[in-house]
Design a protein around this ligand. Sequence first.
Ligand SMILES: O=P(O)(O)OC[C@H]1O[C@](O)(COP(=O)(O)O)[C@@H](O)[C@@H]1O
Ligand SMILES: [Mn+2]
Length: 632
Amino acid sequence: MDENYFKLLKEYYPSKADIRSELISLNAKLYLPKGTEYFFSDVHGEAPAFLQLLKSASGNIREKISMHFGETLLKDEQDKLAELIYNPKETLHQMEINGELTEDYLTITIHRLISLFRFVSTKYAKTYVRKKFGYLFTDIVDELLYTNDSEFNKKQYYDKLVENIVKYDAAEEFIVTITTLIQRISVDKLHVVGDIYDRGPSPQIIMDELLTFPNVDIQWGNHDIEWMGAVAGNKALVAACIANAISYNNFDMLEDGYGINLRPLYEFAIITYKDDPCKLFMPRIFDKNLYDNISSEIAAKMFKAISIIRYKLDGKLIERNPDFSMEDRNFLKLIDYENMTYKGEALKDSNFPTVDPKNPLKLTKAEQTVIDTLSLDFKRGVKLNRHIEFLYENGALYKIENGSLLFHACLPLNKDGTFTEVDICGKKYKGKALMDKFDQISRNAYYKGDEKSLDILWYLFYGRYSPLFGKSQFSYFENIFIENKELKKEIYNPYYSLSEKEEIVDMILDEFRVTGERRRIVNGHVPVKTIKGDNPIRAKGKLYVIDGGISKPYQDKTGIAGYTLVFNSHAVSLAEHKNYKSITDGVSSYRPNIREIEVLHPRMLIKDTDEGKTIRKRIEVLEELLKKYDNL
Ligand SMILES: O=P(O)(O)OC[C@H]1O[C@](O)(COP(=O)(O)O)[C@@H](O)[C@@H]1O
Ligand SMILES: [Mn+2]
């Protein structure tokens, strides 16, 4: 490192004492226990369940309450305290209505919350805990937290602080502050292994929450890249987002949540498909819209209208990208319009008023207007753009941290277990290089608006060798129009059977240079069918697949409401969530089944983590600075 570097660094440390003080705390920090990492995946727009799991730290806060108050509070009181921590505003509001918000209650509750906060934050350094403080009540929280009320000299001071919080009507705000802190300190890091978008009704609420979270990373899923591509300017992906959303009746999300004006599509659909009942396009309704109620009959017309537009745009994209080798997915070109068949199978619906058999990919003028206006809303939507930007800034195709290699779906493999070479713009990539290339292209699409990169985002959503998709085809056309199951089959990439083997997982971890005694891959994407005996733990514990179906439409298939992975200083554990209702209804008493999978002996300290490595490097540099200090 050259002199200039140290000269610059010296400006941050006005005296040698400053460096020494930093060195002392850094060296000590290495011996604190590692913070708790939470891994979620495939939350698919299910905001209430996700928020519940996040706020309760997958049930961990309830566990802490019972550890701390097990001998002094009845179970019912513990539940109530948990409920207050998860949803402070709503709980206090309800108590006020019930006339339960007495001064006594507020005083006792503040004491309890402080005591719990002290308990959950003991494993962290004071500086770390302080960093989590917001801007409200900072000094008061600090005093209460680090003053022991049993210290005789300070008892009165401590009690007066709490008393005056209540007296000056600040109790409710204070409770909200301290409960948020308890939540924040219980989850040090959040990893979302993809698929925040599609199916469920409110991905925008999940994103709003993630935006407030101090330490979160996202490994993009195929459904995220679809939305990212749409916002970046890929019209075929705009059509896909709208079609997926309407097929699940997510009108509130589109119009109220993201301000996407559906009026042009609506008008176009009711005119064009006036006498067509669009039976095959009825939306699947799991959640009712509160603000934007549209009848299923109209929704079906809109779904069909945008689907035809989608197939046309897909077809054109496939044509202009022969290197994608996706001609067999060019539905409208493959239809035999005389016999109304597709790949030899009869079409269940053959009313295509806007398709010209001689030029099936040509959008009518009205269709063009519809997709142009929708695309403009994707481009301009302030909230949507903030969310997508957040995905770009805090996300990537994969991440490596503390021995975990995280990616959403797969790494394309050949049947013999070797990495599949994928042709991108005339050059072949495989393994880690393939992931890095796709990552870079995803950013070029958004930040530079590069046309080819925009088309590659489409490929990442649907493509045969996309590491985000991992299947032979996405049967969104066949599922609607064709009876024959053979044509609908989506065949998984060999990754899915091969990754059951430890040596394959080791090979992938080696490829990504993930070292260490304990290392693992964490994936989402494929629902783990627990009812059928599927196991989320594979390859002798080196691969976890945590898509267990927080997504409501998938719970019949999985039998549960998903998995979350928790990695704290004691163990890597798998939390199995029973069902959606048990998460969102049993709010306060909710505790998932927790299985400890990798037990860590001795307890894992910061020095054993990636953060520890960074700290050690800092120490090295600071020690060097100290040596040179007088001569700089
Ligand atoms: O049940 P839906 O919503 O129609 O989705 C089914 C489609 O979703 C996919 O599974 C992709 O979505 P996932 O990434 O959530 O698995 C396709 O392979 C499949 O055709
Ligand atoms: Mn997925």
